[in-house]
Write a protein that binds this ligand. Structure first.
Ligand code: BGC
Length: 414
């Protein structure tokens, strides 16, 4: 701008308002379903109230795989967004590349250290430095059920495998789709997380999904896991292939299907459709995993940006970490707060249950990172597991072959 131009703006007393109107954040995320978009609106509004405009970069695709591909292209071309929604081990990978911003000063000022649970800090910090602001904690071992169907058929919430199968049989016999599912690798893997936990318990989940112990991966228990996945496959409808997760949730909402096995972002869809927990839908842990929680946490990872974008970036990080945002956002999103000091008053029955079970699992040592959502192994190993799980779910391998393939695929990905 010319000197005369600057002089004119100053004379009109506009310099500060113009400077703040220009502040903006560009945020890459995969929150594109109705419930997700509504939750994100809470953050957009928070920032807009502070004069920071929101430059949206949505990349559809649950689990974030497509978003990560777009991100790679952006960073490679030297044009990183301000902040990126990211999961677990992907955060560590980016931190290792030395392209993330340092949030230590803000974290110290706002006391993040004391309120963010250790399980999340493992991903929000790298080499002792804060590089991300955790937005929430989701958990993946949930069942979302249509209450009218359960009432009509006199079904109780199943608590073990046999009861689950008996309930699914009844739903199928009554003419409904028993399991609403979308055949995408990350959705197959989300069910797999729960079946591993239900079949082998916490120690087996730790050995197979976190430690990738070949004995656990190649065990008879793992064969039972695959057998059970094949059994669940018989309860999905003919059109499941490629279906988005939120369309599967809609089948439960619309009384076309009995249950969906999905993380608690599904609750955001029920709420967005005006449905009420315990009245219209039920939320309970995948049968056999009542005492354990497999979690994932969405974090906003901050990339190194020029000085001109830094202030807005810090405002975004601070807004994400504020207790009032953590409550308002997670109430809508279906997740629970990433801080331990946020009251549960505004959460519905499923949210209160989620918060209590997360705290209990943390105390008992039964809180584990979700494999399907990037919190148990690095992306390479996760993708190797995805390939085998999906090929087996689609009938390309029998269970014995799937076990062998799993051991081999994980070994070569490490
Ligand atoms: C994310 C959730 C998101 C879900 C479906 C998960 O990986 O953690 O925030 O709602 O994918 O898009």
């Amino acid at each position: 701008m010319s000197r005369a131009g600057i002089g004119m703006i100053a004379a009109l007393g506009l310099s500060t308002s113009i400077a703040s109107a220009q502040e903006s954040v560009e945020v890459l995320h995969w929150w594109t379903s109705g419930g997700e978009a509504k939750a994100l609106q809470v953050l957009k509004k928070d920032l807009e109230d502070q004069g920071v405009s929101w430059n949206d970069m949505p990349v559809a695709g649950g689990g974030g795989e497509q978003a990560m591909t777009v991100l790679r292209a952006r960073v490679t071309s030297g044009n990183a967004p301000t902040a990126v929604q990211m999961l677990g081990f992907d955060i560590k990978d980016w931190a290792g590349e030395g392209v993330l911003a340092n949030l230590d000063e803000l974290a110290a000022e706002e006391g993040w250290e004391d309120v963010v649970p250790e399980a999340l800090k493992g991903f929000s910090k790298y080499d002792g430095h804060w590089i991300a602001a955790p937005v929430n904690v989701h958990s993946t071992n949930w069942v979302w059920a249509n209450k009218a169907i359960f009432d009509e058929l006199g079904l109780k919430q199943p608590t073990n495998w046999d009861e689950l199968i008996a309930a699914l049989d009844k739903i199928k016999e009554a003419g409904y789709t028993a399991v609403a599912h979308g055949g995408q690798a990350w959705q197959d893997a989300t069910i797999f997380d729960a079946v591993v936990m239900a079949t082998g318990g916490p120690d087996f989940y730790q050995a197979s999904m976190i430690d990738t112990d070949p004995d656990a991966l190649g065990s008879d228990t793992m064969k039972t896991v695959f057998d059970r996945m094949a059994q669940l496959r018989t309860y999905v409808d003919d059109n499941f292939s490629g279906r988005d997760w939120n369309l599967a949730t809609a089948m439960v909402i619309n009384k076309e299907a009995g249950v969906q096995f999905m993380g608690d972002w599904a609750k955001g869809e029920f709420l967005n459709a005006g449905k009420v927990p315990d009245t219209d839908f039920l939320c309970f842990r995948f049968p056999g995993t009542q005492d354990a929680v497999t979690f994932n946490s969405d974090q906003f990872v901050m990339f190194q940006v020029g000085e001109d974008r830094r202030d807005a970036q810090l405002k975004l990080a601070s807004a994400v970490m504020s207790p009032s945002f953590q409550s308002a956002f997670n109430v809508v999103k279906g997740s629970v707060p990433a801080r331990t000091d946020v009251p549960n008053d505004d959460f519905d029955a499923c949210g209160k249950k989620g918060m209590a079970e997360l705290a209990a699992a943390n105390d008992k040592g039964t809180l584990f990172g979700s494999m399907a959502h990037g919190h148990s192994v690095p992306a390479g190993v996760k993708n190797a597991m995805y390939d085998v799980i999906t090929a087996h779910f689609n009938g390309e391998y029998d269970s014995a072959t799937a076990v062998e393939e799993l051991v081999n695929a994980v070994e070569s990905a490490q």
